[in-house]
Design a protein around this ligand. Structure first.
Ligand code: UDX
Length: 436
């Protein structure tokens, strides 16, 4: 089966490479000529574990190719995926659908045979209807259906998530759309991955509802963490205790500095906009968005506290370990580290930092921060060491060396990756999240 993937960014490229690995013939299309050229040379535009190998082997097998030419790329494709970006629109937080609409028009104008057009981009409810209208208005003589098929890929684990999904959601309005999508996902169907067929609008909402729920879960445990610190309880045990109840579930209950990334912040805002437009307020999500936003600067203040308060902190040095919004990615979008670095900078604290993958993208976002070649260079003469992102290499720091290099043995662990008793026994003053 031939599949065209329009948009070779994070979602498009991972999905395209995985579909090719299933045995489909996949053409990834992007109007960014430099990106396509780089892909021809085997250079990935993003960092995602395993992606380069997957792309290389499928290109070698002749199942995966890249082009800037949409008309050529979609020729004879049975399924044409739209996987272009839907950033937050400046000013109002609505998802910006300019690219989705542009692609829909171009696809309609260039259809060479019947096809199913699938929106993989995260799009507000009703976008499928609009895409269908746009394609119909091009006057194409070919039969087509517009289907919604949201992605649920976590950065850093995207290939695993694609190949072993908890579920696949397909929103299709007719039998033609369903039938082609069944064929697209046949390899996963044979693996017994559950496929949920819904209406198109329902499928579009599932994506937002899912991400808003997960953002709520994280924000809930973060507030419980604050309460734990006040009442002298341990948030990890609270998470375990409630997570063992199957109705709650153990996942996404790790307290931390607040969620970031390309999805939760953007999707929760877009859901609020949709709710407002339909006059159906979602108060819980409103509170989640506000609480998470203020948490990021609060984490900066937590570091100031560890330095003896805002007054005492002036002129001191903080070393930030980890800058990306989570490990195994170079993505800096809405990372808590940005607000933390700002809060520290505002208080006159000098900041040094190290991140295994994120420094290039981080540097322009925090120009005052001194980016270092390794964690120990960042820690050198620091008054406080802050773990912001739980990269594996920070789990086993040489604590003896940290004590030698740092001016003060103060550790603020915003991801709870160390055991308080252990680090205190090594001579550290230690603060973490939701544990005393
Ligand atoms: C998310 C969704 O998980 C995925 O299904 C969706 O399609 C895209 O958005 P992603 O943004 O890559 O994926 O990362 P995820 O692992 O979900 O983490 C998001 C943020 O929440 C990170 O900042 C992470 O540190 C934070 N988080 C996650 C917590 O603070 N605690 C947790 O228990 C889990």
């Amino acid at each position: 089966m031939k599949i065209a993937m329009v948009g070779s960014g994070y979602v498009g490229l991972v999905s395209g490479a995985c579909f090719a690995d299933f045995g489909h013939d996949v053409v990834c299309i992007d109007k960014d000529a430099r990106k396509i050229e780089a892909l021809h040379d085997g250079v990935m535009p993003i960092y995602e574990p395993g992606l380069d190998g997957l792309v290389e082997s499928n290109v070698a097998a002749g199942r995966l190719s890249f082009t800037t030419n949409l008309a050529e790329g979609i020729e004879d494709a049975a399924a044409i995926f739209i996987a272009v970006g839907t950033p937050s629109r400046r000013g109002d937080g609505h998802a910006d659908l300019t690219f989705v609409h542009e692609v829909a028009r171009e696809v309609g104008e260039n259809l060479s045979s019947e096809a199913v057009i699938v929106t993989k981009s995260t799009v507000p409810v009703g976008t499928g209807d609009e895409v269908e209208r746009i394609i119909r208005d091009t006057g194409t003589p070919h039969r087509f259906a517009v289907v919604s098929n949201p992605e649920f890929l976590r950065e850093g684990a995207a290939i695993g998530d694609f190949k072993r999904p908890d579920r696949i959601v397909i929103g299709a309005e007719d039998e033609f759309g369903q039938e082609v999508m069944r064929e697209v996902y046949r390899p996963l169907y044979l693996n017994e991955s559950p496929i949920l067929f819904t209406s198109r609008r329902t499928s579009e909402l599932i994506k937002y509802a899912g991400n808003a729920f997960l953002a709520t879960k994280i924000t809930f445990i973060n507030e419980m963490a604050d309460l734990c610190e006040k009442v002298g309880a341990n948030v990890q045990d609270v998470a375990r205790g409630i997570g063992m109840d199957n109705r709650i579930g153990a996942k996404f209950l790790n307290a931390g500095p607040g969620y970031g990334g390309s999805c939760f912040p953007k999707d929760t805002l877009a859901l609020l906009k949709t709710a407002e437009d339909y006059d159906s307020p979602t108060r819980i999500v409103e509170a989640v968005v506000k609480t998470n936003e203020s948490r990021k600067r609060a984490m900066g203040r937590k570091v100031l506290d560890a330095l003896g308060g805002a007054e005492a902190a002036r002129g001191k040095k903080a070393a930030l370990l980890g800058l990306t919004f989570k490990p195994n990615t170079d993505d800096m979008r809405d990372s808590p580290s940005i607000a933390i670095a700002q809060t520290l900078g505002d208080a006159g604290v000098k900041v040094s930092a190290f991140d295994p993958e994120g420094m290039e993208l981080a540097a322009p976002l925090m120009p005052e921060v001194d980016m270092c070649a390794d964690p120990y260079a960042a820690i050198d003469s620091a008054d406080v060491v802050v773990i912001v992102t739980e990269w594996d290499e920070f789990r086993a720091l040489d604590l003896g060396r940290v004590i030698e290099l740092a001016k003060q043995p103060v550790l603020v662990d915003l991801r709870n990756i160390y055991t308080p008793e252990d680090v205190r026994a090594r001579g550290f003053t230690y603060a973490s999240v939701g544990r005393v």
